[in-house]
Design a protein around this ligand. Structure first.
Ligand code: PLP
Length: 430
């Protein structure tokens, strides 16, 4: 299946019905799995066997979903999580612990910023934020001996900055750490960060992957290419969690035993085991269902978004617009390079009259819904400064690219003329 086209992988990826079996991925709604003897169960606990035994640690529906995500991202393995937040949290915790240091772009989703800036700090992991437009040399200069990863979003939410993945991958590899890229807004239909050198890809599958607004979920995919035996300047293993014996598994060395799947196997057997942030079979089924049409949905999302962005850009009451798919946008060239099929369907804009006029615009919209969500078939709008990013200081909001009047718009799959007409009437009333 790996060598098939993207659309074929969307439809057929991972689950394959044998003769007489259901054509659609079955929802296996069982917490436990029966075995005939204790030895077979012991083999599961020693990680010598990988069949399901307890649904916190995997089930057939969830396994099929994560394999599909790995296939779509061109990775070697995937690990589903209960949410996108959990995906980013465990991707970091898999390789960093108290006393370590992480580098992250500032232009990231507010929830992830807060997770890094507040919660990870409380756990003793120091996160240093950088302006992602800095040069490769400047990134390398930020590295410390205890730096364990570089993090960024393909398309920053809602700043809509485009990450120069190749630049960050080169810098990360010079430092000897993995590049973790959150690919939520681009989706593998538009950009596959692993093809540009990223080592770990994370997702809030709640967004375009599901696409229909039914299921909160997340996923981590690994490239299988990172060498976890890298050493620090003193000759010590930089990633002992991956490449040194793990006492909770009788001295098992994850990288030695599982090679290109080691990151995800450890995520499941240590972090999902201990933290319990498992995806449910129902959510895996629904998100898998969404992934089957990811390619065609993204194509139409992009087409509608381009038309709406052009309309807004030319409207006299619109003060500014950021959409990396528009020629002239600061990130247009990077978007062309990393997302040649289109820069997704999320944009931000401000209207003349600032925050008050923006709030009025939201009240006037009839077709577009005010929701805390993007990447849905429904056109969605939000005012981040008073909602998703309200926990951030004004300074941190600015660093994340949030203007007080910014309206985030996620263009859906309605008839594009109807979406434009809705904004036209709402703008006429402000
Ligand atoms: N990453 C990005 C880029 C997001 O936009 C979001 C949510 O909006 C998350 C992660 C967190 O995902 P979830 O809401 O599924 O926990």
């Amino acid at each position: 299946m790996k060598n098939k086209g993207f659309e074929t992988r969307c439809v057929h990826g991972a689950y394959k019905a044998e003769s007489g079996q259901p054509q659609n991925l079955p929802i296996v709604q069982s917490t436990t799995y029966r075995y005939y003897n204790a030895q077979d169960v012991a083999a599961l606990f020693d990680l010598d066997s990988a069949t399901p035994f307890y649904a916190r640690l995997g089930s057939p529906t969830v396994d099929a979903f994560e394999q599909k995500m790995a296939l779509l991202e061109c990775g070697s393995a995937g690990m589903a999580t209960s949410s996108g937040q959990a995906a980013n949290l465990i991707a970091v915790l898999n390789i960093a612990e108290a006393g370590d240091h992480i580098l992250s772009g500032t232009n990231i989703y507010g929830g992830t910023y807060n997770l890094f800036d507040v919660t990870l700090r409380k756990l003793g992991i120091d996160v240093e934020f950088f302006d992602q437009d800095i040069s490769e040399e400047e990134i390398i200069a930020l590295a410390r001996p205890n730096t364990k990863a570089i993090f960024g979003e393909t398309l920053g939410n809602p700043a809509l900055s485009v990450l120069d993945i190749e630049k960050f991958a080169k810098a990360a590899h010079t430092i000897g750490v993995p590049l973790i890229v959150d690919n939520t807004l681009a989706t593998p239909a538009l950009c596959r960060p692993i093809e540009f050198g990223a080592d770990i890809v994370t997702h809030s599958t709640t967004k375009f992957a599901d696409g229909h607004g039914t299921s909160v979920g997340g996923c981590v995919v690994e490239s299988g290419k990172f060498d976890w035996t890298v050493k620090d300047a003193d000759g010590n293993l930089k990633f002992p969690s991956m490449a040194a014996p793990d006492e909770s598994y009788h001295g098992l060395n994850f990288y030695e035993k599982f090679g290109e799947m080691a990151f995800c196997v450890r995520l499941k057997t240590v972090l999902i085991r201990d933290l319990g942030c498992t995806m449910s079979p129902m959510n895996a089924y629904l998100t898998h269902q969404g992934l089957q049409t990811l390619d065609v949905r993204m194509e139409r999302h992009v087409k509608n978004a381009k038309a709406v962005a052009e309309f807004l850009a030319n409207h006299p009451k619109v003060d500014w617009i950021i959409y990396p798919g528009l020629p002239g946008d600061k990130y247009y060239d990077l978007a062309q390079k990393y997302m040649p099929k289109g820069a997704s369907a999320v944009m931000s804009f401000g209207v003349k009259g600032g925050r008050a006029a923006g709030e009025k615009l939201l009240e006037n919209l009839e077709l577009a819904s005010v929701v805390v969500h993007v990447g849905d078939i429904h056109t969605s709008v939000l005012h981040p400064a008073s909602t998703t990013h309200r926990q951030l200081s004004e300074e941190a909001q600015k660093a994340a690219g949030i203007d007080p009047g910014l309206i985030r718009l996620s263009v859906g799959l309605e008839t594009v003329d109807d979406i434009i007409a809705d904004f036209d009437q709402a703008l006429a009333k402000i």
